[in-house]
Design a binder for this molecule. Structure first.
Ligand code: MV4
Length: 449
C-alpha cells in the first residue's frame, strides 16, 4: 500500500480523499493556490504545498507544479479528484513517466473514452447498446442528410471531443440541418480544437441513469448499481439518488452487465461511471463513460457500504477486488448545495459565509469544505457542499432530506437550499415522475420558504 498520496484538488473532494487516506493509514499532501490559503484541505492534510496563484490554469491545472510538489514531499501517488486534471490522459501519462502512480485509469483508457465516436465504436464491438446514428464521424452535409433521412428526425449532433452536454445541437426538422451541422462543427473546433461531429437519433425525455463500476489490475470488474441523475439544469446535476425510481432487478442486471462490458472493452482500472439514457420503454443506450470519482458517488456509498475512494486507492496499489454479492440497502439522495441564488436564475452568490450550521441525526451526511467565516473564492465552482441522506425507502429518504434541509442554516450568501426544499415538496418528484428536462419547467416560488 502507498505510504503517501498527493491530492491534486481542492474543496470537499480533497477533504473526502484525506478522510479515507487517514483511515487507511496513508499520509497526505495537500496542494493549494493562494486563494485557498484558509482552506480545510490545507489544514487537514499532513503536509501542504502552495502551487501558485488563484487561476486554476496557474495552480490546480499546472502539471509541473504538481509533480514538483509530489517530488519534494516524496508522495508515491496522486489522486486527481474530479474536474481539473482528473480526465486528462496527458496527466495520467506524465505521472507514469515520473514513476508516480496516477490514481485512475491508464492514459489509453482515458483517451479512448474521451473521444466519443471512438468510445461509441468500441461499445458497438462489445455489444453495449448505443443510440442509432451515424457510423462514426459525419464528414460532410451530404452524409449528414443521408444519416438523418435513415434514422428520422429529431436528431442530435454531438462533438466527438465533447461530453457532459457540451457541444450538442438538437435538430427537429430537415430544413434546420445544414445550419446546425455547420454551427456544431464550428463550435466543436473552437471549444475542443476538434471539428469532428457525429449524429444520433434524439431520445425524447429520457432518464439519465449511470452505473458505478470498479475494476482492478487483474481483469476483475464489478458494478455497484445505478444512480439516477436526471434532475439537472443546463447539464449541471442538482440532485442525485440511488436506486433509480425506474429500476427493476432485471434492468439493473442488464445495465450492470453492459457497464461491465464497457469497462472491460477499454481495460479499465479503478472506479468509473458508465452513463446511459433510459427511454420511456426502458430501453437503455450508452452515452459516455466518466473515468473519475464523481461528485455524486456518496449515494452509492450509502446504499452499498463501499468506500469508493478506498477502492480507487486499493485498485491503484494493485490489490485484487473482492468478488462478493452486491448488497444494496435502502435509498439515498444527494442535494448539491451551491452558493447560487435560485431567485435570480442561479447566479453565483459571492462572499463570506457568516453562519454555518449543518444538519445531523440518523443517516445524514454532509460533505463540505465550508465553515462559518469561510470566504468563497470566486475562481472555482460554486458548490459549497453536498447533503446526503439515506433511509429504508425513497419516501422516508425524501422526508429525511426535507427536515435536514430545514436544519441547514447558511447565512451570508444565497444558496440552493430553498430550491431543494420546494423540490422535496413537489408531487411529481415524490412520485418519481421526472426526466432530464423536468427542471426546465419546475418553477421555484421565491415567496415560499
Ligand atoms: C442525448 C439526449 C437525447 N438523445 N443523446 C446530455 C449529456 C450527455 N452526456 C448526453 N446528453 C444527452 N444526449 C441522444 N441521442 C439527451 C441528452 C441530454 C440532454 C439533451 C438536451 C438538453 C438537456 C439534456 C439533459 C440531459 C441529457
Amino acid at each position: 500500500m502507498f505510504n503517501k498520496i498527493l491530492i491534486a484538488n481542492r474543496g470537499e473532494i480533497a477533504l473526502r480523499i484525506i478522510r479515507t487516506c487517514k483511515e487507511m493509514g496513508i499520509k497526505t499532501v495537500a496542494v493549494y493556490s493562494t486563494a485557498d490559503n484558509d482552506s480545510l484541505h490545507k489544514k487537514f492534510a499532513d503536509e501542504a504545498v502552495c502551487i501558485g496563484p488563484p487561476p486554476s490554469k496557474d495552480s490546480y491545472l499546472k502539471i509541473p507544479s504538481l509533480l514538483a510538489a509530489a517530488e519534494i514531499t516524496n508522495a508515491e501517488a496522486i489522486h486527481p479528484g474530479y474536474g481539473f486534471l482528473s480526465e486528462k490522459a496527458e496527466f495520467s501519462r506524465i505521472c507514469k513517466e515520473h514513476d508516480i502512480t496516477f490514481i485512475g485509469p491508464s492514459p489509453d483508457s482515458i483517451s479512448n473514452m474521451g473521444n466519443k465516436t471512438m468510445a461509441k465504436e468500441t461499445m458497438i464491438r462489445n455489444e453495449v447498446p448505443v443510440v442509432p446514428g451515424s457510423d462514426g464521424v459525419v464528414e460532410n452535409i451530404e452524409d449528414a442528410r443521408k444519416v438523418c433521412e435513415e434514422i428520422g428526425y429529431p436528431v442530435i449532433i454531438k462533438a466527438s471531443s465533447g461530453g457532459g452536454g457540451r457541444g450538442m445541437r438538437i435538430v427537429r426538422a430537415a430544413e434546420n440541418l445544414q445550419k446546425s451541422y455547420s454551427m456544431c462543427k464550428n463550435e466543436a473546433e473552437s471549444a475542443f480544437d476538434d471539428p469532428d461531429v457525429y449524429i444520433e437519433k434524439f431520445v425524447e425525455d429520457p432518464h439519465h441513469v449511470e452505473i458505478q463500476v470498479l475494476a482492478d489490475q487483474h481483469g476483475n470488474v464489478i458494478h455497484l448499481g445505478e444512480r439516477d441523475c436526471s434532475l439537472q439544469r443546463r447539464h449541471q446535476k442538482i440532485l442525485e439518488e440511488a436506486p433509480s425510481p425506474l429500476m427493476t432487478p432485471e434492468l439493473r442486471e442488464e445495465m450492470g452487465q453492459a457497464a461491465i462490458n464497457a469497462a472491460k472493452s477499454v481495460d479499465y482500472e479503478g472506479a468509473g461511471t458508465v452513463e446511459f439514457l433510459v427511454d420511456k420503454n426502458k430501453d437503455f443506450y450508452f452515452m459516455e463513460m466518466n473515468t473519475r470519482i464523481q461528485v455524486e458517488h456518496p449515494v452509492t456509498e450509502e446504499i452499498t457500504n463501499y468506500d469508493l475512494v478506498a477502492e480507487q486507492i486499493k485498485a491503484a496499489a494493485g490489490v485484487e477486488l473482492e468478488q462478493k454479492e452486491l448488497k444494496m440497502r435502502g435509498h439515498a439522495i444527494e442535494c448539491r448545495i451551491n452558493a447560487e441564488d435560485p431567485e435570480h436564475n442561479f447566479r453565483p452568490s459571492a462572499g463570506t459565509i457568516e453562519v454555518f450550521h449543518t444538519p445531523g441525526g440518523h443517516s445524514v451526511r454532509v460533505d463540505t469544505h465550508a465553515y462559518a467565516g469561510y470566504k468563497i473564492p470566486p475562481h472555482y465552482d460554486s458548490m459549497i457542499g453536498k447533503l446526503i441522506v439515506s433511509a429504508p425507502t425513497r419516501e422516508d429518504a425524501i422526508k429525511r432530506m426535507r427536515r435536514s434541509l430545514e436544519e441547514f442554516i447558511i447565512e451570508g450568501v444565497k444558496t440552493t437550499i430553498p430550491y431543494h426544499i420546494q423540490l422535496m415538496d413537489d408531487e411529481n418528484f415524490q412520485q418519481g415522475k421526472f426526466n432530464t428536462h423536468y427542471l426546465d419547467t419546475f418553477k421555484f416560488n421565491p415567496d415560499r420558504n
